[in-house]
Design a protein around this ligand. Structure first.
Ligand SMILES: Cc1ncc(COP(=O)(O)O)c(C=O)c1O
Length: 428
């Protein structure tokens, strides 16, 4: 803003010189619009930006194969929709308790007993406007300037941005394709300093699809216990597991971890409910109370109707999850086969979520069949979108140079056609 002001002052008068009052007004507006330091450096979500670019092309009538999406391409199951309609008709359209309806908290607790055999009390649950909001709550409640938060990379785009919003410092620990993009316990131990507040784990992981073997999770848990570090375990993709991979809820690994773990999850991915915006945290009571207070001041409560829908999701038939998982599993197999057919493209097989994360660096700095040369994954994605009309997300968005992310949360038909184009783009 200051720059604009200086520019306005130094511009040579031509015909009409601006009068002093309009200049003062301009400066006043520039001043009142000055952004806070936290927001000035905040980057927009790279995945949403990539999706917006693809959408813009589509609205121009271009046939784009969009693999940027981070949400199931299935509709919310019918019985959940009906529960929302019934809630509205029954007049459940008012404010609810800030941390969520008692019935929903109970349903969440019951689901964790059913699915993982772990008992939480309703006062340990806070329901938020999606898992992203739940993560923001956790970080805001726990972190501030001078604190460090350990984040294994590649990581979901919002992690570091949300840490930085609190004034804390993200400490990025790179994982490798060779290790299946799994944080090694010794890497975790080495990253801990007296300032460490929290480890942010994401299992299964966006963008890599990696899942943590139980022995590695346990070893990470033991370090957290010994060194007294809190762990935020983002388990939003917990129901989408493939092949030999197994999911283990982090807090179930050791009774001593319950006091040190904040589970983050929600209905977005498991029940195809991304638009309903319901997520939650399971945490020690004192922290849950603090998060509830924070939320009561920030957003009051999550949408009342969505909360009733979430109860129906958690308590109703669970078969829909398996139907969706099986479909994702088929697509995953197909995607892996197509990736194996691309020479010099490398990847670690995803055990969960709905992403393939692969390295395309072998195609940089040499002419592609269309004539273009790209130097990094961002340029690669731009060229792929412009030439082949296929949208992927650059690994640069996840601190993983050389990689790109493809979401297989789209039809098999789209995957087939999209891969044909990717193949042509790379091999001619
Ligand atoms: C790793 C991870 N955590 C959290 C979220 C946020 O989920 P929600 O839509 O419930 O806010 C996402 C969404 O893409 C995600 O990928």
């Amino acid at each position: 803003m200051g720059g604009i002001w200086l520019k306005a002052c130094s511009t040579k008068p031509s015909v009409a010189r601006p009068d002093i009052n309009s200049l003062l007004k301009f400066r006043q507006i520039a001043n009142i619009m000055r952004l806070s330091p936290a927001v000035q450096t905040l980057k927009p979500s790279a995945t949403l930006a990539a999706a917006a670019k693809a959408k813009a092309l589509k609205t121009q009538g271009v046939n784009v194969y969009d693999f940027t999406l981070g949400e199931p391409d299935f509709n919310t199951p019918e019985h959940i929709q009906q529960a929302a309609i019934a809630a509205m008709k029954a007049g459940h359209t008012h404010y609810t308790p800030s941390g969520g309806l008692p019935e929903l908290k109970k349903a969440i607790c019951k689901a964790y007993v059913r699915d993982y055999g772990i008992e939480y009390k309703p006062e340990q649950v806070v329901v938020s406007n999606g898992a992203k909001h739940a993560i923001h709550n956790v970080l805001t409640a726990l972190c501030g300037p001078g604190d460090e938060v350990i984040i294994p990379s590649p990581y979901w785009v919002s992690y570091s941005a949300l840490v930085e919003l609190t004034g804390a410092t993200p400490v990025i620990v790179p994982t490798t394709e060779a290790s299946g993009f799994v944080l090694q316990p010794e890497q975790f131990a080495a990253a801990i300093t007296p300032k460490t507040r929290l480890l942010m784990l994401n299992n299964p992981c966006n963008p890599t699809g990696s899942t943590y073997p139980v022995e590695i999770l346990s070893a990470i848990g033991q370090i957290a216990i010994e060194r007294d570090i809190l762990v935020m375990s983002d388990e939003i993709y917990e129901k989408l597991i493939y092949g030999d991979a197994q999911f283990r809820c982090f807090a179930t690994l050791d009774p001593r971890l319950v006091e040190r773990t904040i589970i983050v999850s929600g209905v977005s991915k498991a029940y195809a409910m991304t638009g309903w915006r319901i997520g939650w945290t399971l945490a020690p009571v004192a922290l849950s109370k603090a998060i509830d207070n924070l939320q009561s001041q920030e957003t009051s409560n999550p949408c009342s109707i969505s909360q009733y829908a979430a109860i129906a999701g958690l308590e109703g038939p669970q078969e829909g999850i398996e139907t969706m998982r099986l479909e994702f599993a088929k697509r995953r197999e197909y995607v892996l086969q197509r990736l194996r057919d691309l020479p010099q493209v490398t990847f670690a097989e995803p055990g969960g979520a709905f992403y393939a994360f692969f390295n395309v660096a072998a195609y940089f700095n040499r002419p592609l069949p269309g004539g273009k040369t790209v130097k990094d994954a961002s340029e690669f994605c731009t060229a792929l979108l412009e030439e082949a009309h296929v949208a992927l997300v650059t690994g640069d968005a996840f601190e993983a140079p050389g990689y790109v992310r493809l979401s297989f949360a789209t039809s098999m038909e789209n995957l087939k056609a999209g891969f044909d184009r990717i193949q042509k783009f790379l091999l001619g």
